[in-house]
Design a protein around this ligand. Sequence first.
Ligand SMILES: NC(=O)C1=CN([C@@H]2O[C@H](COP(=O)(O)OP(=O)(O)OC[C@H]3O[C@@H](n4cnc5c(N)ncnc54)[C@H](OP(=O)(O)O)[C@@H]3O)[C@@H](O)[C@H]2O)C=CC1
Ligand SMILES: O=C(O)C1=N[C@H](C(=O)O)C[C@H](O)C1
Length: 235
Amino acid sequence: MKIALLGYGKMGKTIEALAIQKGHTVVYKSTSTTSEGILSEANVAIEFSSPDIAIKNIAKSFEAGVPVVCGTTGWLDRYEEILKLCEQRNGSFLYASNFSVGVNLFFKLNAYAASLFEDWKEYMPAIEEVHHTQKKDAPSGTAITLAEGVLKHRNETDWVLDKQQKDKVTIKAQRIDDVKGTHTVTYASDIDTVSLKHEAHSRDGFALGAILAAEWLQNKEGVFTMEDVLFRSNS
Ligand SMILES: NC(=O)C1=CN([C@@H]2O[C@H](COP(=O)(O)OP(=O)(O)OC[C@H]3O[C@@H](n4cnc5c(N)ncnc54)[C@H](OP(=O)(O)O)[C@@H]3O)[C@@H](O)[C@H]2O)C=CC1
Ligand SMILES: O=C(O)C1=N[C@H](C(=O)O)C[C@H](O)C1
């Protein structure tokens, strides 16, 4: 597979190393100031840049006729725009707030826990995420996905960042040194607390999941998620 890397920072570099180990080649890469290679020669673009840049990179790939796997978080208020553009261009697009297989299994556990706690409202849910200090967005995309999973089974209407509000589920975001990404969902009552936790030890899980998604997206048209890649189909 010929890969374009849109964003060549911590994730772009990790993806490049692991993709080459798997026999793929990188034919294009771009940063905020440089680009190297020819985008339209790629079979797939893997986009890990910055919340303010993702839209531009995705549109550029559709224009070049290249399917896009996007991991950049913090731009989802414009998701509908991308869906329309993808349809107009007969493109292929797959976004995930977290590509790690472990986190995608954790999302399933989160959904199951939320369904169990639905009848036990004395347990209050909360989400905590910890990331490195270079992270631009808060809360993390993963924490938002977890909150959405919890909210499906609650009377609370939305999540709120770093504060307590009666009708909202709290997400607490911390930035510490080089933490790769830790997410915890807790259900706390006066009597006890139940916690579910995922802790990334490196960026390899995110990168391998993005490469898996890119392989899966070959010869498909439309909009997909990691749910499609991991749980709906093997083809
Ligand atoms: N979904 C998932 O599984 C994961 C998602 N992420 C998300 O991915 C994103 C990137 O993370 P990370 O790699 O750690 O970030 P980095 O800051 O390490 O890298 C970002 C890269 O994007 C580049 N960039 C900025 N502007 C442009 C542009 N106009 N065109 C092309 N590239 C550009 C930067 O270039 P320059 O160096 O010149 O500034 C840099 O190379 C974040 O949103 C993060 O939250 C991260 C890990 C996993
Ligand atoms: O910025 C990061 O590093 C990460 N971002 C993603 C997110 O916002 O959820 C995924 C992972 O936690 C690492």
